[in-house]
Structures are given as C-alpha cells and as structure tokens.
Design a binder for this molecule. Structure first.
Ligand SMILES: Nc1nc2c(ncn2[C@@H]2O[C@H](COP(=O)(O)OP(=O)(O)OP(=O)(O)O)[C@@H](O)[C@H]2O)c(=O)[nH]1
Ligand SMILES: [Mg+2]
Length: 193
C-alpha cells in the first residue's frame, strides 16, 4: 500500500454523508489542536492533504481520504476546543460516537495525544466509550519535538501505564517526521485486519 498516493475523497457533516461502508478504514481521533491533521499529512507525505490550522477547532467535519480503492484514512473532528459552544461540542461528540459505533469498515483508532499534556479528561471520556467496543487502539504521542528525551520517556511511561495492555503507544513528531514508519506499519496492520 502506498500512502503517498492518498487522495482527499470527501467531507461529511454527519455519518449519513459518509462514503459507502465497504472496505477498511482507520480513523484519527483526539483533542482539538493535538495534531491529527498534521499526522495525516506526514504519514501520507503530503503537505496540504488534511488542513492544518493554528486556530483549533478547524476540522469540524469527518474527512475521508482514500489511500487506494476501499482503503481509507479518516480525520475526525477534534474534541475539547474551549471556544466552541456546548451545543456544538455535543454535536461533535455525537458525530464521533456515531461514526465509531456504527461504521463497519472501522478497523481501529489512532488516538492523538499531545505529549506535553498526556491523557486529559476528554481523552479518558473517549477511552471509556471506545474500549468496551473491543476495537484496536494505537496512541501517537505527538509533538515529541517539544520535550527533551527524558520528559518524553516520562510521558510515554505514564500513558503506557494508564492504557496498559489495551493499546499500543508510540512517540511521534510531525515537525521532525519521527515515528512515521512505526505509525504506517501499525495502520497497515489495522487496514489488513
Ligand atoms: N512542534 C510541533 N507542532 C505540531 C506537531 N503536530 C502539530 N503541530 C502544530 O499544532 C497545531 C495543530 O495541528 P493540527 O494538525 O491542525 O491539529 P488537529 O488535531 O488536526 O486540530 P483540529 O483540526 O482543530 O482538531 C498546528 O499549529 C501544527 O503545526 C508536532 O509534531 N510538533
Ligand atoms: Mg485537524
């Protein structure tokens, strides 16, 4: 599978607008501004595939990207952006949970966590919702370029101990493009499962 050939497919403002539920998908979830879109761009080796913004809360739609026929990456709206209204937060939460619960093609989730923040309240809420579904979870601790090696290790160990054996965890940096091969290998494994 060649990630570099990934193309934008479509945006959906609710799950009924999603592409036909056939094939295999891996979806990126995480707090607003955690670096989901940046990670997708690095993994697909394309600068502007998923939109990146300094203004959090930009990705308000479910964005579908096609790697090859019937193999997709999905950029889900980020949760927890402070300036969004309660109503909008609820709508996004609903969109994410509906997608995760009912999408047959979903093979696993890549959870994006800012390494400086670790697992926060809304991440816990997501984990509490997702883990009982018994689907695979892989965590990217992003922005690892922002911390020294020892601090990265500390955050890694702390997240590791929280998720224990239910998820795999790795360091990642979109800026340095580090952790890309490990992330790609994981996504491939999920898409083939
Ligand atoms: N230093 C550094 N900055 C990063 C990294 N990943 C993302 N950023 C920056 O963090 C900000 C948010 O990145 P996005 O990729 O847009 O985050 P997102 O999770 O898609 O955000 P929403 O779409 O709002 O949910 C941007 O300014 C990025 O340039 C990283 O690995 N290192
Ligand atoms: Mg985004």
């Amino acid at each position: 599978m060649n990630f570099n050939k990934t193309k934008f497919m479509k945006s959906a403002s609710n799950i009924s607008e999603s592409p036909e539920d056939i094939g295999a998908e891996v979806a990126f979830v995480g707090r607003s501004n955690s670096g989901k879109s940046s990670a997708i761009n690095v993994i697909t080796n394309q600068k502007n595939l998923a939109r990146i913004s300094k203004t959090p809360g930009r990705t308000q739609l479910i964005n579908f990207f096609e790697i090859e026929e019937k193999k997709r990456l999905v950029d889900l709206p980020g949760y927890g952006y402070a300036k969004t209204s309660k109503k909008q937060q609820k709508e996004w939460g609903f969109m994410i949970s509906e997608y995760v619960k009912y999408r047959h093609t979903l093979r696993g989730i890549i959870l994006i966590i800012d390494i400086r923040r670790g697992i926060m309240e809304l991440d816990h809420a997501f984990l509490n919702f997702y883990l009982p579904l018994n689907k695979p979870l892989h965590i990217l601790l992003t922005k690892s370029d922002k911390l020294k090696k020892q601090a990265c290790r500390k955050s890694f160990d702390s997240v590791r101990s929280i998720v224990d054996s239910v998820a795999s965890v790795q360091l990642f940096s979109s800026l340095k493009k580090s952790g890309t091969e490990e992330a790609k290998a994981k996504i491939l494994e999920l898409l083939k499962s």
